[in-house]
Design a protein around this ligand. Structure first.
Ligand SMILES: Cc1cc2nc3c(=O)[nH]c(=O)nc-3n(C[C@H](O)[C@H](O)[C@H](O)COP(=O)(O)OP(=O)(O)OC[C@H]3O[C@@H](n4cnc5c(N)ncnc54)[C@H](O)[C@@H]3O)c2cc1C
Length: 305
């Protein structure tokens, strides 16, 4: 079985954060990720920081770097400028998202902007083609195993995912989830709806249970009762929480691998430890040479050898 991984980072706000990101990327690079990506604040709130982080990763590492891009609150011209900046530094993979309007604003649509991620995907394809770029641009989009909180229905959300892929996206990366059955059923439904593109599971190692619980609520990700029990009284014991988190992420990924999933996207929160240990449990070990992700063994094979 050949396991492929990708790692998501957020753009740091300070010099100390930038040094931390550099250390994080350096720690994860030997695992040979297919790509690493940098998030982009909706409405362009992190635009300069995202470009700085992307530039830093491109300049300082051999990693394939993807840039996220949101269209909410932006004009088509503004989005075009971001695409051009990405292309100029050699980025050939864009994670195309609608993004969320600031709290209190309606849907963040602006005159002359893209209405949603499906329109953004066609916009990126059109922009690259119009500018005569020969770059082979990959596009990933978001998918929601537990249904996007603003979707009209699960089927409408799936239809929306299909529109994004039909518009020219190459793959979907899911919102993080902890109920693995929900993801597996979602993939089944997507296949039954005619979606054939890869639907890569987004894995969130729990760096802080309190923090992840708050974030999950906003994203529509459920925290199963057994997880509350698992993490009960660990908030004051970071060491114990880390051990529980590592076991949980490893068990989730192993289950997915047993179900035939070979590609994983990790929300690293710019902290490498839990992602590193989970990848190890998937059979990935650091390599000293470049190239694509190594053929991996099951953990049982590794333990037996
Ligand atoms: C892998 C991944 C990476 C992400 N990276 C970022 C990032 O870098 N920066 C960032 O800001 N966010 C990011 N997000 C979050 C994302 O922007 C939000 O989930 C957003 O609400 C939907 O974006 P989308 O591209 O999935 O939207 P779409 O595909 O356009 O819509 C998703 C669903 O939301 C429904 N919907 C209906 N009305 C609205 C509305 N007014 N607003 C929103 N959705 C509506 C749609 O009908 C559809 O069912 C990421 C999400 C994922 C899964």
């Amino acid at each position: 079985m050949s396991i492929e991984v990708s790692f998501e980072f957020f753009p740091p706000a300070t010099d100390v954060g930038a040094e931390n990101l550099a250390r994080c990327a350096q720690a994860l690079a030997p695992l040979g990720p297919r790509f690493v990506s940098v998030t982009y604040g909706a409405g362009g709130t992190t635009q300069d920081r995202t470009h700085a982080a992307v530039g830093q990763l491109v300049a300082d590492t051999d990693l394939v770097v993807a840039g996220h891009l949101t269209c909410v609150g932006a004009t088509k011209e503004g989005v075009g400028e971001v695409i051009d900046r990405y292309l100029a530094v050699g980025v050939r993979h864009i994670v195309a998202l609608r993004g969320d309007a600031p709290v209190g604003e309606d849907d963040g649509a602006v005159a002359g902007g893209y209405r949603d991620a499906a329109e953004l995907v066609s916009g990126i394809r059109g922009h690259v083609e119009r500018n005569g770029s020969t770059a082979d641009v990959q596009i990933s989009v978001g998918a929601y195993p537990e249904v996007h909180p603003r979707a009209l229905s699960p089927q409408a959300d799936l239809d929306n995912l299909k529109r994004k892929l039909d518009a020219g996206a190459d793959r979907a990366i899911t919102q993080f989830f902890f109920d693995t059955d929900v993801y597996l059923r979602f993939v089944e439904k997507a296949r039954a709806s005619g979606i054939t593109a890869p639907i890569v599971p987004g894995i969130m190692p729990v760096t802080s249970f309190a923090g992840i619980s708050r974030f999950a609520e906003r994203c529509g990700t459920s925290i199963p009762v057994w997880m509350h029990e698992l993490f009960a009284d660990t908030d004051d014991d970071p060491g114990l929480q880390q051990l529980v988190s590592a076991s949980l992420a490893a068990a989730q990924c192993r289950r997915l691998a047993d179900e035939g999933i070979e590609e994983f996207h990790f929300y690293t929160m710019n902290r490498p430890e839990l992602t590193l240990s989970t990848c190890r449990m998937l059979g990935l070990t650091p390599r000293t040479t470049g190239g694509s992700a190594a053929d991996s063994f099951t953990s049982e094979e590794k333990l037996a050898s």
